[in-house]
Design a protein around this ligand. Structure first.
Ligand code: NAP
Length: 352
Protein backbone atom coordinates (compact mmCIF):
# COMPACT_ATOMS: atom_id res chain seq x y z
CA UNK A 1 0.00 0.00 0.00
CA UNK A 2 1.27 3.49 -0.85
CA UNK A 3 2.14 5.75 2.04
CA UNK A 4 0.97 9.28 2.38
CA UNK A 5 1.67 11.09 -0.90
CA UNK A 6 4.15 13.32 0.97
CA UNK A 7 6.53 10.39 1.20
CA UNK A 8 5.51 8.04 -1.62
CA UNK A 9 8.19 5.40 -2.22
CA UNK A 10 7.88 5.99 -5.99
CA UNK A 11 8.37 9.74 -5.66
CA UNK A 12 4.86 10.91 -6.59
CA UNK A 13 5.23 13.70 -4.02
CA UNK A 14 7.88 15.30 -6.30
CA UNK A 15 5.57 15.53 -9.32
CA UNK A 16 4.52 19.10 -10.15
CA UNK A 17 2.61 18.29 -13.35
CA UNK A 18 0.50 16.61 -14.54
CA UNK A 19 -1.56 15.59 -11.55
CA UNK A 20 -1.59 11.84 -10.94
CA UNK A 21 1.55 11.04 -12.94
CA UNK A 22 4.48 9.17 -11.47
CA UNK A 23 7.91 10.81 -11.94
CA UNK A 24 8.87 9.04 -15.19
CA UNK A 25 5.72 10.17 -16.96
CA UNK A 26 5.69 13.61 -15.37
CA UNK A 27 6.31 16.78 -17.30
CA UNK A 28 7.88 18.58 -14.33
CA UNK A 29 9.47 17.47 -11.08
CA UNK A 30 10.34 19.37 -7.93
CA UNK A 31 14.12 18.97 -7.68
CA UNK A 32 14.56 20.92 -4.42
CA UNK A 33 17.82 19.59 -2.93
CA UNK A 34 16.49 18.57 0.48
CA UNK A 35 16.17 14.88 1.41
CA UNK A 36 12.70 14.00 2.67
CA UNK A 37 12.36 11.14 5.14
CA UNK A 38 12.60 8.38 2.53
CA UNK A 39 14.90 10.04 -0.02
CA UNK A 40 18.62 10.16 -0.71
CA UNK A 41 20.15 13.51 -1.68
CA UNK A 42 23.28 13.27 -3.83
CA UNK A 43 25.88 15.68 -5.15
CA UNK A 44 26.14 14.91 -8.86
CA UNK A 45 29.42 15.05 -10.79
CA UNK A 46 28.81 13.17 -14.01
CA UNK A 47 25.87 12.32 -16.18
CA UNK A 48 25.91 9.53 -18.70
CA UNK A 49 23.42 10.63 -21.33
CA UNK A 50 21.87 7.52 -22.87
CA UNK A 51 23.16 6.81 -26.35
CA UNK A 52 19.94 7.35 -28.33
CA UNK A 53 19.47 10.73 -26.60
CA UNK A 54 23.10 11.73 -27.05
CA UNK A 55 23.08 10.81 -30.76
CA UNK A 56 20.01 13.05 -31.17
CA UNK A 57 21.65 15.90 -29.21
CA UNK A 58 24.85 15.63 -31.27
CA UNK A 59 22.87 15.81 -34.50
CA UNK A 60 20.61 18.69 -33.44
CA UNK A 61 23.51 20.69 -31.95
CA UNK A 62 25.92 20.08 -34.86
CA UNK A 63 28.39 18.30 -32.55
CA UNK A 64 28.98 21.52 -30.59
CA UNK A 65 29.69 20.58 -26.93
CA UNK A 66 28.62 24.03 -25.70
CA UNK A 67 25.24 23.78 -27.44
CA UNK A 68 24.72 20.23 -26.15
CA UNK A 69 25.49 21.41 -22.62
CA UNK A 70 23.09 24.32 -22.99
CA UNK A 71 20.36 22.00 -24.27
CA UNK A 72 20.79 19.72 -21.25
CA UNK A 73 20.73 22.69 -18.87
CA UNK A 74 17.56 24.03 -20.51
CA UNK A 75 15.77 20.67 -20.24
CA UNK A 76 16.74 20.19 -16.60
CA UNK A 77 15.74 23.75 -15.66
CA UNK A 78 12.39 23.37 -17.37
CA UNK A 79 11.51 19.86 -16.25
CA UNK A 80 13.49 19.21 -13.07
CA UNK A 81 14.90 16.06 -14.74
CA UNK A 82 16.94 15.13 -17.82
CA UNK A 83 14.51 13.70 -20.34
CA UNK A 84 15.34 14.31 -23.97
CA UNK A 85 12.23 15.89 -25.47
CA UNK A 86 12.74 14.05 -28.78
CA UNK A 87 13.79 10.54 -27.73
CA UNK A 88 12.09 10.61 -24.31
CA UNK A 89 15.13 8.88 -22.81
CA UNK A 90 17.58 9.87 -20.06
CA UNK A 91 20.71 8.18 -18.74
CA UNK A 92 22.11 7.98 -15.21
CA UNK A 93 24.45 9.83 -12.84
CA UNK A 94 27.53 9.37 -10.71
CA UNK A 95 28.02 11.35 -7.52
CA UNK A 96 28.27 11.13 -3.75
CA UNK A 97 25.65 10.83 -1.06
CA UNK A 98 25.11 14.07 0.84
CA UNK A 99 22.17 13.16 3.04
CA UNK A 100 19.94 10.17 3.75
CA UNK A 101 16.36 10.72 4.94
CA UNK A 102 15.51 9.71 8.50
CA UNK A 103 13.34 6.70 7.67
CA UNK A 104 15.97 5.23 5.32
CA UNK A 105 19.09 5.91 7.38
CA UNK A 106 20.33 2.71 8.97
CA UNK A 107 18.09 0.52 6.78
CA UNK A 108 20.33 0.63 3.70
CA UNK A 109 24.04 -0.06 3.24
CA UNK A 110 24.86 3.53 2.46
CA UNK A 111 26.28 6.45 4.39
CA UNK A 112 26.92 10.09 3.61
CA UNK A 113 30.04 10.47 1.49
CA UNK A 114 29.65 7.14 -0.35
CA UNK A 115 30.21 7.36 -4.07
CA UNK A 116 27.39 5.83 -6.08
CA UNK A 117 25.92 5.44 -9.54
CA UNK A 118 22.17 5.70 -9.98
CA UNK A 119 20.57 2.62 -11.50
CA UNK A 120 17.33 4.35 -12.35
CA UNK A 121 16.78 6.59 -15.31
CA UNK A 122 17.42 10.33 -15.28
CA UNK A 123 13.92 10.58 -16.77
CA UNK A 124 12.48 10.01 -13.28
CA UNK A 125 15.28 11.49 -11.14
CA UNK A 126 14.75 14.99 -9.70
CA UNK A 127 17.85 16.84 -10.90
CA UNK A 128 19.13 20.36 -10.37
CA UNK A 129 22.14 21.54 -12.37
CA UNK A 130 24.20 24.58 -11.43
CA UNK A 131 26.61 24.10 -14.27
CA UNK A 132 27.68 21.87 -17.14
CA UNK A 133 31.47 21.65 -16.98
CA UNK A 134 32.31 19.53 -20.01
CA UNK A 135 30.70 17.35 -22.64
CA UNK A 136 32.61 14.37 -24.03
CA UNK A 137 31.38 13.87 -27.60
CA UNK A 138 32.92 10.40 -27.88
CA UNK A 139 31.18 8.83 -24.88
CA UNK A 140 28.10 10.90 -23.96
CA UNK A 141 29.64 11.64 -20.58
CA UNK A 142 28.84 15.10 -19.18
CA UNK A 143 30.70 16.66 -16.24
CA UNK A 144 28.30 18.70 -14.12
CA UNK A 145 27.82 20.41 -10.78
CA UNK A 146 24.41 19.69 -9.31
CA UNK A 147 22.19 17.62 -7.06
CA UNK A 148 19.80 14.70 -7.50
CA UNK A 149 17.22 12.89 -5.42
CA UNK A 150 16.84 9.11 -5.27
CA UNK A 151 13.51 7.73 -4.10
CA UNK A 152 13.02 4.80 -1.77
CA UNK A 153 12.18 2.59 -4.78
CA UNK A 154 15.20 3.78 -6.78
CA UNK A 155 18.15 1.45 -7.33
CA UNK A 156 21.75 2.58 -6.91
CA UNK A 157 25.15 0.90 -6.79
CA UNK A 158 28.23 1.81 -4.80
CA UNK A 159 31.04 2.46 -7.23
CA UNK A 160 33.41 -0.49 -7.28
CA UNK A 161 37.02 0.06 -6.23
CA UNK A 162 38.49 -2.11 -8.99
CA UNK A 163 36.85 -0.32 -11.94
CA UNK A 164 37.59 3.21 -13.17
CA UNK A 165 34.55 5.36 -12.30
CA UNK A 166 34.10 6.43 -15.89
CA UNK A 167 34.09 2.84 -17.04
CA UNK A 168 31.66 1.90 -14.27
CA UNK A 169 29.39 4.75 -15.35
CA UNK A 170 29.38 3.45 -18.94
CA UNK A 171 28.80 -0.16 -17.95
CA UNK A 172 26.14 0.51 -15.32
CA UNK A 173 24.18 2.65 -17.79
CA UNK A 174 23.46 -0.47 -19.86
CA UNK A 175 23.49 -3.04 -17.03
CA UNK A 176 19.97 -4.26 -17.74
CA UNK A 177 20.89 -5.68 -21.14
CA UNK A 178 23.48 -8.37 -20.29
CA UNK A 179 21.43 -9.51 -17.29
CA UNK A 180 18.23 -9.82 -19.33
CA UNK A 181 20.00 -11.56 -22.19
CA UNK A 182 21.65 -14.04 -19.84
CA UNK A 183 18.23 -15.30 -18.81
CA UNK A 184 16.57 -15.03 -22.24
CA UNK A 185 19.23 -17.03 -24.11
CA UNK A 186 18.40 -20.70 -24.68
CA UNK A 187 21.25 -23.21 -24.24
CA UNK A 188 22.20 -24.24 -27.79
CA UNK A 189 20.19 -21.34 -29.20
CA UNK A 190 21.04 -18.78 -31.86
CA UNK A 191 21.30 -15.14 -30.74
CA UNK A 192 21.65 -12.19 -33.14
CA UNK A 193 22.86 -8.93 -31.56
CA UNK A 194 22.16 -5.83 -33.65
CA UNK A 195 24.53 -2.99 -32.72
CA UNK A 196 26.97 -5.55 -31.32
CA UNK A 197 30.06 -3.36 -31.04
CA UNK A 198 28.67 -0.68 -28.70
CA UNK A 199 28.58 -0.37 -24.90
CA UNK A 200 25.67 -2.72 -24.37
CA UNK A 201 26.23 -4.87 -27.48
CA UNK A 202 29.65 -6.19 -26.39
CA UNK A 203 28.42 -7.13 -22.90
CA UNK A 204 25.35 -8.76 -24.44
CA UNK A 205 27.45 -10.83 -26.86
CA UNK A 206 29.64 -12.04 -23.98
CA UNK A 207 26.64 -13.10 -21.85
CA UNK A 208 24.79 -14.65 -24.82
CA UNK A 209 27.87 -16.69 -25.79
CA UNK A 210 28.20 -17.98 -22.26
CA UNK A 211 24.49 -18.82 -21.89
CA UNK A 212 24.13 -20.39 -25.36
CA UNK A 213 27.10 -22.66 -24.68
CA UNK A 214 29.27 -24.70 -27.05
CA UNK A 215 26.37 -25.75 -29.27
CA UNK A 216 24.91 -22.24 -29.45
CA UNK A 217 25.63 -19.52 -31.97
CA UNK A 218 26.02 -15.75 -31.52
CA UNK A 219 25.95 -13.44 -34.52
CA UNK A 220 26.96 -9.79 -34.16
CA UNK A 221 25.66 -7.11 -36.54
CA UNK A 222 27.76 -3.94 -36.86
CA UNK A 223 27.72 -1.03 -39.30
CA UNK A 224 31.51 -1.11 -39.65
CA UNK A 225 33.41 -4.37 -39.22
CA UNK A 226 36.71 -2.50 -38.83
CA UNK A 227 35.69 -0.71 -35.63
CA UNK A 228 37.68 -1.45 -32.47
CA UNK A 229 34.58 -3.02 -30.90
CA UNK A 230 34.01 -5.27 -33.90
CA UNK A 231 37.63 -6.43 -33.82
CA UNK A 232 37.28 -7.19 -30.11
CA UNK A 233 34.18 -9.31 -30.80
CA UNK A 234 36.18 -11.45 -33.23
CA UNK A 235 39.49 -11.60 -31.37
CA UNK A 236 37.94 -12.43 -27.98
CA UNK A 237 35.56 -14.91 -29.69
CA UNK A 238 32.48 -13.18 -28.31
CA UNK A 239 30.66 -13.95 -31.58
CA UNK A 240 30.67 -16.92 -33.94
CA UNK A 241 30.05 -14.67 -36.93
CA UNK A 242 30.14 -10.95 -37.63
CA UNK A 243 27.81 -9.37 -40.18
CA UNK A 244 28.41 -5.88 -41.55
CA UNK A 245 25.07 -4.21 -42.30
CA UNK A 246 23.05 -1.06 -41.77
CA UNK A 247 20.20 -2.26 -39.56
CA UNK A 248 17.86 0.34 -41.09
CA UNK A 249 18.05 -1.58 -44.40
CA UNK A 250 15.69 -4.35 -43.29
CA UNK A 251 15.90 -6.75 -46.23
CA UNK A 252 19.68 -6.53 -46.60
CA UNK A 253 20.05 -7.11 -42.86
CA UNK A 254 17.81 -10.18 -43.03
CA UNK A 255 19.67 -11.60 -46.04
CA UNK A 256 23.14 -11.10 -44.52
CA UNK A 257 22.11 -12.62 -41.20
CA UNK A 258 20.45 -15.59 -42.91
CA UNK A 259 23.74 -16.30 -44.73
CA UNK A 260 25.32 -17.18 -41.38
CA UNK A 261 22.18 -18.26 -39.47
CA UNK A 262 19.89 -19.81 -42.11
CA UNK A 263 17.08 -20.78 -39.71
CA UNK A 264 16.97 -17.35 -38.09
CA UNK A 265 17.54 -16.46 -34.46
CA UNK A 266 15.85 -17.76 -31.34
CA UNK A 267 16.61 -14.37 -29.83
CA UNK A 268 17.39 -11.05 -31.49
CA UNK A 269 18.77 -8.29 -29.24
CA UNK A 270 18.51 -4.74 -30.55
CA UNK A 271 21.27 -2.52 -29.06
CA UNK A 272 21.44 0.27 -31.65
CA UNK A 273 21.19 4.01 -30.97
CA UNK A 274 19.36 5.01 -34.16
CA UNK A 275 15.72 4.86 -35.21
CA UNK A 276 14.21 2.66 -37.89
CA UNK A 277 15.67 -0.77 -37.08
CA UNK A 278 12.56 -2.54 -35.76
CA UNK A 279 11.55 -4.44 -38.89
CA UNK A 280 15.06 -5.56 -39.76
CA UNK A 281 15.44 -6.95 -36.24
CA UNK A 282 12.10 -8.75 -36.44
CA UNK A 283 13.08 -10.33 -39.78
CA UNK A 284 16.22 -11.83 -38.19
CA UNK A 285 14.13 -13.92 -35.78
CA UNK A 286 12.74 -17.33 -36.61
CA UNK A 287 9.00 -18.03 -36.25
CA UNK A 288 8.33 -18.41 -32.54
CA UNK A 289 11.53 -16.54 -31.68
CA UNK A 290 11.89 -13.41 -29.54
CA UNK A 291 13.12 -9.88 -30.14
CA UNK A 292 14.43 -7.95 -27.15
CA UNK A 293 14.39 -4.22 -27.89
CA UNK A 294 16.93 -2.66 -25.54
CA UNK A 295 17.33 0.38 -27.78
CA UNK A 296 15.69 3.61 -26.65
CA UNK A 297 15.28 4.53 -30.31
CA UNK A 298 12.67 1.76 -30.60
CA UNK A 299 9.17 2.77 -31.62
CA UNK A 300 6.41 0.66 -30.11
CA UNK A 301 4.22 1.50 -33.12
CA UNK A 302 6.87 0.50 -35.66
CA UNK A 303 7.58 -2.76 -33.83
CA UNK A 304 3.95 -3.75 -33.28
CA UNK A 305 2.58 -2.73 -36.66
CA UNK A 306 5.75 -3.81 -38.45
CA UNK A 307 5.54 -7.35 -37.04
CA UNK A 308 1.88 -7.51 -37.99
CA UNK A 309 2.60 -6.40 -41.54
CA UNK A 310 5.42 -8.91 -41.88
CA UNK A 311 3.23 -11.74 -40.53
CA UNK A 312 6.01 -12.43 -38.06
CA UNK A 313 5.12 -14.70 -35.13
CA UNK A 314 7.64 -13.30 -32.67
CA UNK A 315 7.50 -12.36 -29.01
CA UNK A 316 8.66 -8.80 -28.53
CA UNK A 317 10.15 -7.73 -25.24
CA UNK A 318 10.47 -4.15 -24.00
CA UNK A 319 14.04 -3.60 -22.83
CA UNK A 320 13.66 -2.70 -19.19
CA UNK A 321 16.85 -1.38 -17.69
CA UNK A 322 16.33 -3.49 -14.57
CA UNK A 323 16.92 -7.15 -13.82
CA UNK A 324 17.91 -8.69 -10.48
CA UNK A 325 21.67 -8.37 -9.83
CA UNK A 326 22.12 -6.48 -13.10
CA UNK A 327 24.92 -4.22 -11.81
CA UNK A 328 27.00 -7.18 -10.61
CA UNK A 329 26.35 -9.16 -13.79
CA UNK A 330 27.45 -6.23 -15.97
CA UNK A 331 30.60 -5.45 -13.94
CA UNK A 332 31.48 -9.16 -13.66
CA UNK A 333 31.34 -9.38 -17.44
CA UNK A 334 34.36 -7.06 -17.46
CA UNK A 335 36.13 -8.82 -14.60
CA UNK A 336 35.74 -12.24 -16.24
CA UNK A 337 36.95 -11.03 -19.66
CA UNK A 338 40.28 -9.16 -19.59
CA UNK A 339 40.01 -8.26 -23.27
CA UNK A 340 36.61 -6.61 -22.71
CA UNK A 341 37.92 -4.85 -19.59
CA UNK A 342 40.87 -3.46 -21.58
CA UNK A 343 38.56 -2.29 -24.38
CA UNK A 344 36.24 -0.48 -21.95
CA UNK A 345 39.21 1.12 -20.19
CA UNK A 346 40.56 2.34 -23.52
CA UNK A 347 37.18 3.56 -24.78
CA UNK A 348 35.52 5.00 -21.67
CA UNK A 349 38.29 5.23 -19.05
CA UNK A 350 40.28 8.11 -17.65
CA UNK A 351 42.74 8.09 -20.52
CA UNK A 352 40.13 7.79 -23.29
P1 NAP B 1 26.31 2.67 -28.15
O1 NAP B 1 27.49 2.31 -27.32
O2 NAP B 1 26.29 3.99 -28.82
O3 NAP B 1 26.12 1.55 -29.25
C1 NAP B 1 25.19 1.67 -30.31
C2 NAP B 1 25.52 0.60 -31.33
O4 NAP B 1 24.64 0.69 -32.45
C3 NAP B 1 26.95 0.76 -31.90
O5 NAP B 1 27.49 -0.53 -32.00
C4 NAP B 1 26.70 1.36 -33.27
O6 NAP B 1 27.73 1.09 -34.17
C5 NAP B 1 25.43 0.62 -33.63
N1 NAP B 1 24.72 1.23 -34.73
C6 NAP B 1 24.47 2.54 -34.94
N2 NAP B 1 23.80 2.71 -36.09
C7 NAP B 1 23.64 1.46 -36.64
C8 NAP B 1 23.04 0.98 -37.82
N3 NAP B 1 22.45 1.81 -38.69
N4 NAP B 1 23.07 -0.35 -38.06
C9 NAP B 1 23.65 -1.21 -37.19
N5 NAP B 1 24.22 -0.81 -36.04
C10 NAP B 1 24.23 0.53 -35.77
O7 NAP B 1 24.96 2.57 -27.32
P2 NAP B 1 24.64 1.80 -25.94
O8 NAP B 1 25.03 2.66 -24.82
O9 NAP B 1 25.12 0.41 -26.06
O10 NAP B 1 23.05 1.85 -25.99
C11 NAP B 1 22.35 1.10 -26.96
C12 NAP B 1 20.88 1.48 -26.95
O11 NAP B 1 20.31 1.14 -25.68
C13 NAP B 1 20.64 2.97 -27.14
O12 NAP B 1 19.47 3.15 -27.90
C14 NAP B 1 20.42 3.45 -25.71
O13 NAP B 1 19.69 4.63 -25.70
C15 NAP B 1 19.67 2.27 -25.14
N6 NAP B 1 19.64 2.16 -23.68
C16 NAP B 1 18.59 1.51 -23.14
C17 NAP B 1 18.50 1.35 -21.78
C18 NAP B 1 17.31 0.63 -21.21
O14 NAP B 1 17.09 0.72 -20.03
N7 NAP B 1 16.54 -0.10 -22.02
C19 NAP B 1 19.51 1.83 -20.95
C20 NAP B 1 20.61 2.46 -21.53
C21 NAP B 1 20.68 2.61 -22.90
P3 NAP B 1 28.92 2.18 -34.36
O15 NAP B 1 29.37 2.56 -32.98
O16 NAP B 1 29.96 1.44 -35.13
O17 NAP B 1 28.27 3.33 -35.06
Amino acid sequence: MLRDARSCRYGSHRVLAPKGALPQAAQRLDATPVARENEILCDVEMLNIDSASFAQLRASCSDDPKRIGDAILATVRERGKQQNPVTGSGGMFVGSVREIGASLAGTIALTAGDRIASLVSLTLTPLRLDDVLDVDLATGRVGVRGTAILFESGAWAKLPRDVDERVALAVLDVAGAPAQVQRLTLPGGCVVVVGADGKSGILVCARAKQAAGESGRVVGVVPNARSAGAQLLLEAQLVDALVEADARDALTLRDRVREVAPSGADLVVNCVNVAGTEQGSILCAKDGGSVYFFSMATSFTAAALGAEGLGADVTMIVGSGYAPHHADIALDTLRENPAIFAHYNATYGRTS
